[in-house]
Every structure is written in structure tokens, then in C-alpha cells.
Design a protein around this ligand. Structure first.
Ligand code: SAM
Length: 353
């Protein structure tokens, strides 16, 4: 029998179901969480609440770490952390977010690089960015921070509509009606103005996180297939959100960055591609293999907290294959604000051991 709205809401964990007013975008994307767009991340306030509920102090592991929300939040809440991801760009982003910087050196390097980029004469800005990446970026101690700024500028400069920035289709060359901003917008075709804006924004975000992170904690980032990685040592808990079949291609969403930065593409190892029977089978076995691998790195009784919208009900089998026992399951309402993806959406939090 279908649940009535009331019955459904009775099962919803209201403490984890924030509205736009409770938690506006500015707060959800605080400090380094918004160094670069990433589609498919969970919000830091959710990680904060899950750590507080389920993981005693210590070391936290996220085998599908994505843009690093678990790592950043763990550092803010006083944990050590390790995050793994198969996508090289995600690992770059995580390293940049979690590293500790000398703010004076960082600022002078970024400003010097910006001045150099702006001084390239007779070259289109996109050409200047590629040339800088090819010939100069490695001269800088903070080359990775520069890479993230340059990728973000390259993304914004693509000729596309604002509402298709995540996965642009055909090039947009003329003004268009924008669903996201509810007005006529124009495509942009150059990176220059974004370089300055994103350099300053990055400096401000890194400075803000430096003020908030707990002292004496570190995050380790591992690039590779979480089915096979050695995570190193013992962990006190896992907080993770695995990919879901057929929803998001995590390499493809940052295609421009792979091209600009010449990063290794491990797309074939990414889990969650496709929804055919064979693809779903591969997904179940793949995620189970990751969780079984994770189990080997946990202290006895440590919780594995998984955030997922399991509408195909794959997780009972995944947990069983991984040798984990479901202990608790609760549901939260997800506030989805942006134009095309608006609508009711729920996700589950599974707590297994
Ligand atoms: C839902 S996202 C995680 C988002 C993350 N919670 C955040 O807030 O940014 C899932 C991630 O799993 C990664 N992934 C997919 N297959 C993987 C594999 N075999 N090993 C490690 N990571 C993988 C994807 O690249 C993607 O970044």
C-alpha cells in the first residue's frame, strides 16, 4: 500500500531535513566546499551531524570521497580523515581543499600568477590558460591550487547555457531564456574575467577554512579504485555516499579539466555506469567489493554510514555481499533548489557494522 504523506513524513528524520531557509546555499557551500563546482556531493551539515551521531573521535574513511565533503568536515570537527576516489580531478580538488597553507606565500603566488596570465599579449585568454598550464604552472609551489582556479575559469568560459553547465550539450552562441536565472542570459566566451574573480574567491575560501579547521588533524587523499586500495591503518568509522547507477558520470562532468590539465582518465574503473541488467549486477558487486575492502581497515564495531537514494533496493544485497549487517536506516528530505532538478527527493542513511 502506498504511504500517505503523513506516514511518510513520520519516518523522515526531520533533524537532517533542512529547508532552504534553514540552510541557504551560501551556508551549504561554505568556505572550501565551493572551490570548484561538483555535481552529486552531499552537504557538510549532513556529514557534521552523522559524525556526531555515529563516529566517536578518531579517524574517518570515505572510499567514495568525491569532492571531499567528508574530509573537509572531518577536519573542521576534529577528526583525521582519509578519502579515496577513482577520478583524478576529484583527488586534486580534495588535496587542494584539505592542505594547510602559509596564507602569505599562497596569496603572493596566486596574485603573481594572475598578473602573468593577464599580461599575455596577443593571445586569447583560453590560449593563455593552456599555455600557462603547459609551460609555467609547475614553477609554483601551489601549482595545484592554480590548476583548480584555471579549471574553474575554463568551465565558466565554455559557450553553454547556465542551466546546462554540468553537462553542456550543443554550443550556445546567442542570448537565450535561462531557466536558472529566470531572465535572458548571454553565453560567455572568455576566461579572463573569471580568472581574477576565482583567484580572489579561492584565497578568501582557503583563509576562512584555515580559521575553522581543528588544529593538529590531517587528511590523506588516495587516488585509485577503492575495491583495491590499501587505505592504511585502522579507522573509527566510515561516512560515504557511493555513486548511483546511471545518474552521474563523474569523469565526464569535469571533462574540460581533464583536457586542460592532462589528468589521467580512469573512467572505465568508475562504478555506476549504466542501468542495464549487466550494469546493475556490476554495480552491486563493485560497491560490495569496495565495502568489503573497507571492512578490513575498520576497528572492531566501527560504523559504516552510507547516504544513498536506493530506489532500486540494491543495498540489502550489497551489504550482505560485503559482510555488513544493517543496524539502522533513516530517511531525510533533500532540499533541491536548482531549476531543472527541483521536485521531491529523499535519501536514506544506512548504518551498518
Ligand atoms: C556520490 S559521489 C561522492 C560525493 C561526495 N560524497 C562529495 O560530497 O563530494 C561518488 C564518487 O565515487 C567515485 N567512484 C566511483 N567509482 C569508484 C571506485 N571504483 N573507486 C573509488 N571511487 C569511485 C566517483 O568518482 C565519485 O566521485
Amino acid at each position: 500500500m502506498a504511504s500517505t504523506q503523513d506516514a511518510l513524513y513520520r519516518r523522515i528524520d526531520l533533524d537532517l531535513s533542512w529547508s532552504e531557509r534553514d540552510l541557504p546555499e551560501r551556508v551549504r557551500t561554505k568556505h572550501v566546499h565551493r572551490l570548484h563546482p561538483y555535481l552529486g556531493k552531499f552537504i557538510p551539515q549532513l556529514v557534521e551531524a552523522l559524525l556526531e551521531r555515529h563516529v566517536p573521535k578518531g579517524r574517518v574513511l570515505d572510499p567514495f570521497a568525491g569532492s571531499g565533503t567528508t574530509l573537509v568536515q572531518a577536519l573542521e570537527s576534529g577528526y583525521d580523515a582519509c578519502g579515496a576516489d577513482v577520478a583524478a580531478f576529484n583527488c586534486l580538488l580534495m588535496r587542494v581543499k584539505t592542505r594547510e597553507y602559509n596564507p602569505f606565500v599562497l596569496e603572493s603566488e596566486l596574485r603573481e600568477a594572475l598578473a602573468r596570465l593577464e599580461s599575455f599579449d596577443g593571445v586569447r585568454p583560453e590560449g593563455a590558460v593552456s599555455r600557462f598550464v603547459r609551460d609555467l604552472v609547475d614553477e609554483y609551489e601551489h601549482a595545484d591550487v592554480l590548476r583548480v582556479v584555471l579549471a574553474r575559469a575554463a568551465r565558466s568560459a565554455r559557450r553553454t547555457t547556465h542551466f546546462d553547465l554540468d553537462f553542456p550539450r550543443t554550443p550556445q552562441r546567442s542570448p537565450y531564456w535561462c531557466h536558472k536565472h529566470r531572465r535572458e542570459c548571454r553565453p560567455v566566451g572568455e576566461a579572463r574575467r573569471f580568472l581574477r574573480r576565482y583567484t580572489l574567491d579561492t584565497l578568501a575560501r582557503v583563509r576562512e577554512f584555515a580559521r575553522l579547521r581543528a588544529r593538529g588533524h590531517e587528511a590523506v587523499v588516495l587516488h585509485g579504485d577503492a575495491r583495491e586500495l590499501d587505505f592504511g591503518g585502522r579507522f573509527d568509522g566510515v561516512v560515504t555516499s557511493p555513486p548511483y547507477p546511471g545518474l552521474i558520470d563523474y569523469h565526464e562532468q569535469h571533462r574540460y579539466a581533464y583536457e586542460l590539465l592532462g589528468l589521467e582518465d580512469c573512467g572505465p574503473l568508475e562504478l555506476g555506469k549504466g542501468t542495464s541488467r549487466a550494469a546493475l549486477r556490476a554495480y552491486v558487486e563493485g560497491v560490495a567489493a569496495v565495502l568489503a575492502n573497507v571492512r578490513g581497515s575498520l576497528r572492531r564495531g566501527a560504523p559504516v554510514v552510507i547516504v544513498i537514494n536506493d530506489r532500486r533496493e540494491l543495498y540489502p544485497e550489497i551489504l550482505e555481499l560485503a559482510g555488513l549487517r544493517l543496524e539502522e536506516r533513516y530517511r531525510r528530505h533533500v532540499n533541491r533548489r536548482t531549476g531543472r532538478r527541483a521536485g521531491e527527493y529523499f535519501e536514506d542513511v544506512l548504518v551498518a557494522r
